[in-house]
Design a protein around this ligand. Structure first.
Ligand code: CP
Length: 315
């Protein structure tokens, strides 16, 4: 694969990338991680200006994009929801045209997937989705990189997601697993099963990759053959008003010592995109226990996002 196939592309969803392309991005992220460890300079984007648009709060995504830009020699400019006119006094198209005339690339975290798509459509520069209500593609690169680090390969692995089935991380995990050939099991209550449109997209990719995509209401069956178990907060940003109802529905799906005792692989790992709510979707003994790789996963956001910036903007 030549690196030229990445140049100038946006990353709005992993569904726009092939298995080989995603694996190349992960491999390049591993290379950049090693360069960082060895203190080898990698200013591949010297002189570039990158806009970081955040309608929603963030620790990992913002920190990773900021440090990735600086490590690559680029200038990151943070533009929060109270700093710019986007969506309030100005259309997304007008903002895209203006930012695209000044910046070499744009990261966007916000509510609507259409907004990140419109930024890509009108700005004329690469745009990266740092999370919308529908998808979280840069999180995926770090997650599957972390699985590969722990198991040496993604081939033959099974990822079980025990959590509410209708959030952005679940959507992206299901689709990305299907593209990469990782078997995926979603355990969620009937009321919160994944969007059928997402399942349909995932099953179409799975038909090519050989992955299995399973939706079940039984968390024990979901984790039994898992190599990695993943969960996420029960109410995402903007859903806080639904929290009491979510607790009632989701309690049987909590990742706790009893649930993980059913996992057959003794070398299983625990993943969480973070931030986590201990005592809700996961108990402290699991998330802070020996199987948990959550802080490697969080660190890998830096290396994965750096790979995206370097390959999609580099020459
Ligand atoms: N996982 C994730 O996106 O973290 P932040 O919300 O802190 O960016």
């Amino acid at each position: 694969m030549t690196e030229s196939i990445f140049q100038g592309r946006s990353l709005l969803s992993t569904r726009d990338y092939t298995k080989d392309e995603l694996m190349y991005l992960i491999g390049f992220a591993e290379h950049l991680k090693e360069m960082k460890r060895q203190n080898i300079e990698h200013h591949y984007l010297a002189g570039k200006n990158i806009a970081l648009l955040f309608e929603k709060t963030s620790t990992r995504t913002r920190a990773a994009f900021t440090t990735a830009c600086i490590d690559l020699g680029a200038h990151p400019e943070y533009l929060g929801k109270n700093d710019i006119q986007l969506g309030k006094k100005e259309t997304v198209r007008d903002t895209a045209l203006v930012l695209g005339s000044m910046f070499d690339g744009i990261e966007f975290r916000g509510f609507k997937q259409e907004h990140v798509e419109d930024l890509a459509k009108y700005s004329g520069v690469p745009v990266w989705n740092g999370l919308t209500d529908k998808e979280h593609p840069t999180q995926m690169l770090a997650d599957f990189m972390t699985m590969k680090e722990n198991f040496g390969t993604l081939e033959g692995l099974t990822l079980a997601y025990c959590g509410q089935g209708r959030n952005n991380v679940q959507n992206s995990l299901m689709i990305t697993s299907a593209i990469l050939g990782v078997n995926y099991v979603n355990a969620t209550p009937a009321e919160l099963e994944p969007d059928p449109a997402i399942v349909e997209v995932a099953r179409a990719f799975a038909a090519k990759s050989g992955a299995t995509i399973t939706v079940t209401n039984d968390p024990v069956e979901a984790v039994r053959h898992a190599d990695a178990v993943y969960t996420n907060v029960w109410a995402a940003m903007g859903e806080e008003s639904q929290f009491a109802e979510r607790v009632r529905l989701m309690a049987p799906y909590q990742v706790n010592a009893e649930l993980v005792s059913h996992i057959e692989n003794p070398d299983w790992i625990f993943l969480h995109c973070l931030p986590a709510h201990r005592g809700e979707e996961v108990t402290a003994p699991v998330i802070d226990g020996p199987q948990s790789v959550i802080f490697d996963e969080a660190e890998n956001r830096l290396h994965a996002q750096k790979a995206v910036l370097a390959l999609l903007m580099g020459k």
